[in-house]
Ligand binder design. Structure first.
Ligand code: ZN
Ligand code: ZN
Length: 250
């Protein structure tokens, strides 16, 4: 039996806002929503990157909510979703992790057509960021939504349809191989389950015994229910609970 977990839930209350923006959920709101969705292990995060919307003091405020005396931390963990640079380093770093009291770091790539217009340049850049993080970055525990930004090139009209077959097969093989070697997890998030190459990528994650994590990537209350069908998919397709990533408290 799979234990439903969700280590990618945003407490988006903790980001810089423009006047009139909705405040977004605090950690406590997202914890309640994750429990309502049936998740046993819960991870609350916010973005850590160079954007003016995500100054470091916002993460400190989130950490303060998590570590407050009245916050129920049983099976609830604190992480960040940190942007990966091309050399594989992450925007949080070991010092940021320590300062915030984090249990884990998700390393993700957030690129978009205005930053990198050509889809192949995006694929090459994401590949470099992920593989260098897997090889060299001891601070990162989970690779968030690998190649999950590709859909943006379809939405912008840069390509007629985003397809996983655009990613060279040797890239996907190398990501799986390095994830297995490093013990880091690959995250199921933003599923392309109607794309046969994506499905094959996940079958290879399973067959190679690579750690995987499931994330809702909820930014608002209610988004936490996204993990239910993803978890059910993995369980129905023979994934092993022993490779289902969990925080290891040292
Ligand atoms: Zn992300
Ligand atoms: Zn996210």
């Amino acid at each position: 039996m799979f234990i439903q977990s969700d280590f990618h839930i945003h407490a988006s209350f903790y980001r810089a806002k423009n006047p009139g923006d909705t405040p977004g959920p605090r950690a406590i709101d997202q914890l309640r929503s994750a429990r309502a969705a049936g998740s046993k292990f819960v991870g609350i995060v916010e973005h850590c990157n160079a954007s003016p919307r995500h100054p470091f003091h916002c993460l400190e405020a989130l950490s303060a909510e998590y570590y407050a005396d009245d916050f129920d931390r049983e099976d609830v963990f604190l992480g960040v979703e940190a942007d990966l640079a091309e050399d594989g380093s992450d925007a949080c770093g070991a010092a940021g992790r320590k300062k915030l009291g984090l249990h884990y770091v998700i390393g993700s790539v957030h690129l978009s057509p205005p930053i990198i217009p050509e889809v192949n340049d995006y694929i090459n850049s994401e590949y470099k960021r992920i593989t260098n993080a897997l090889k060299y970055n001891r601070n990162v525990d989970i690779i968030g939504h690998p190649f999950g930004e590709g859909i943006r090139w379809e939405r912008s009209g840069a390509v007629a349809k985003w397809q996983w077959s655009m990613i060279p097969d040797e890239y996907l093989s190398e990501v799986i191989r390095l994830a297995g070697e490093s013990g880091k997890a690959l995250e199921m998030n933003r599923c392309d389950l109607n794309d046969p190459v994506y499905v094959d990528f996940w079958n290879r994650i399973r067959d190679n015994g690579v750690f995987f994590s499931v994330g809702s990537d909820a930014h608002s209350v209610g988004g936490t229910f996204e993990v239910v069908s993803r978890t059910a998919y993995l369980e129905a397709h023979g994934f092993s609970e022993s490779k289902h990533w969990k925080v290891s408290i040292k």
